[in-house]
Design a protein around this ligand. Structure first.
Ligand SMILES: NC(=O)c1ccc[n+]([C@@H]2O[C@H](COP(=O)([O-])OP(=O)(O)OC[C@H]3O[C@@H](n4cnc5c(N)ncnc54)[C@H](OP(=O)(O)O)[C@@H]3O)[C@@H](O)[C@H]2O)c1
Length: 362
């Protein structure tokens, strides 16, 4: 298949790019001019972290673009030369900061950028789109979002959630107007691969691990942190390879699904995560209860938790039975995240931080 992908230098896009490349697809990545340097090293890097790609597979190429601009910043001669030559567009690019300094910048990338990506799709004549949204479009409000719903009167806890919701609404309206098939993929919080824990970048959950490691280095023996969070809350976790596998399956399907909820509803609770972190870091890192005075060592963890508190205390509520049934019909296993998966992620993060330290020292 001839595929145009946005966001290939990001956490999700880079793994997808590697998967599509390995799968023999003809892939073009829309890359911002300022990220041309990162693109140059991307292919060897993703082979190094995810595994070798057969020499026979045609290497992905890049086209320069920026979602904030009309035609996604792609020059007209390229568009003219590729009209009718792209089968599918996978739109993963976004400004993924929960609290951007200027929310209008994020809106421009996530909402107007989606409109530009879809307009480019239409001009190119591609007949299939996967729009990567987020489970966080469920917002807060207590409703459990199904794969057939979007607008359910939810409230949004940050500009990111609202922008992803608006982008998805726009994608659905565009699909209804053009008749072009759009699959919306809504991942939960994305981890590294299920097998090795590796990923190109280590955001979100890994920020928490980074803070815990800092605590472990600085804490007094036996010191722990009190957190005012519900121990039984389950952050909706998913491994990056499960996200990529589902998107690839949607591309191949004769009848693509309208929406996929990509997370494991049984992924570990906050209490189970805390249990996993206990042991090698400190005697007892996190315990649940009213927050008391923070020691200097605990501050990094508490500052991370403060920024993410709303999402941890009330994670988005969503169903995923329809997704699992559809994945099963395509022979794809459902997303799965166990305590062992998290231990693997942690080990990968430790290897990565070692690499960064030794790389920086070299
Ligand atoms: N990671 C998660 O936990 C998670 C969870 C749920 C949903 N999602 C969704 O999954 C998608 C991918 O997320 P991610 O974590 O992989 O993101 P990421 O690592 O932050 O990467 C974002 C990607 O978007 C590109 N991008 C940003 N602004 C752009 C612009 N104006 N024009 C063109 N490209 C632009 C970036 O390119 P540069 O290299 O040029 O910056 C980068 O390739 C997003 O839609 C996100 O909302 C992610």
């Amino acid at each position: 298949m001839r595929i145009l992908i946005t966001g290939a230098t990001g956490q999700v896009g880079s793994h997808l790019l590697w998967r599509l490349w390995r799968g023999g697809h003809e892939v073009t990545a829309l890359v911002r001019p300022e990220s041309a340097g990162r693109w140059r090293y991307l292919l060897p890097r993703i082979e190094q972290i995810f595994g070798p790609v057969p020499c026979s597979a045609r290497g992905p190429i890049a086209v320069s673009g920026d979602l904030r601009l009309a035609n996604a910043g792609v020059l007209s001669p390229w568009i003219a030369a590729h009209r009718g030559r792209i089968d599918a567009v996978i739109h993963t690019a976004a400004d993924t900061r929960f609290h951007p300094v200027r929310r209008e910048d994020q809106w421009q990338t996530n909402v107007q950028g989606t409109a530009h990506a879809l307009a480019l799709t239409e001009t190119l004549g591609a007949q299939r789109v996967v729009h990567v949204s987020s489970l966080f479009v469920a917002g807060s409000g207590g409703h459990t979002l199904s794969e057939t719903e979007l607008e359910v009167g939810q409230a949004f806890r940050c500009p990111y959630e609202r922008s992803k919701f608006e982008a998805e609404r726009l994608a659905q309206a565009w699909a209804a107007r053009t008749g072009i098939s759009v699959t919306v993929a809504r991942p939960g919080i994305v981890l590294g691969t299920s097998g090795t824990g590796t990923t190109l970048t280590y955001p979100h959950f890994f920020g928490f691990l980074r803070a815990i490691d800092l605590f472990a280095q600085r804490a007094l023996p036996g010191e722990s942190i009190a957190v005012d969070l519900p121990p039984h809350a389950r952050p909706p976790l998913v491994c990056v390879d499960d996200v990529a596998r589902a998107i690839e399956a949607a591309l191949d399907a004769p009848l693509p699904p309208p929406c996929l909820h990509l997370f494991d509803p049984q992924s570990p609770t906050l209490e189970e995560i805390a249990e996993l972190l206990r042991g090698d870091a400190a005697e007892c890192v996190l315990h649940f209860g009213p927050q008391t005075d923070a020691s200097p060592a605990a501050r990094a963890v508490l500052s991370w938790l403060r920024q993410h508190r709303a999402f941890l205390a009330a994670p988005p509520q969503a169903e995923n039975e329809m997704t699992c049934a559809w994945l099963a019909s395509r022979g794809v296993p459902p997303p799965r995240v166990t305590a062992a998966t998290l231990a693997t992620q942690r080990a990968a993060w430790h290897r990565e931080s070692q690499r960064l330290v030794t790389g920086a020292a070299a």
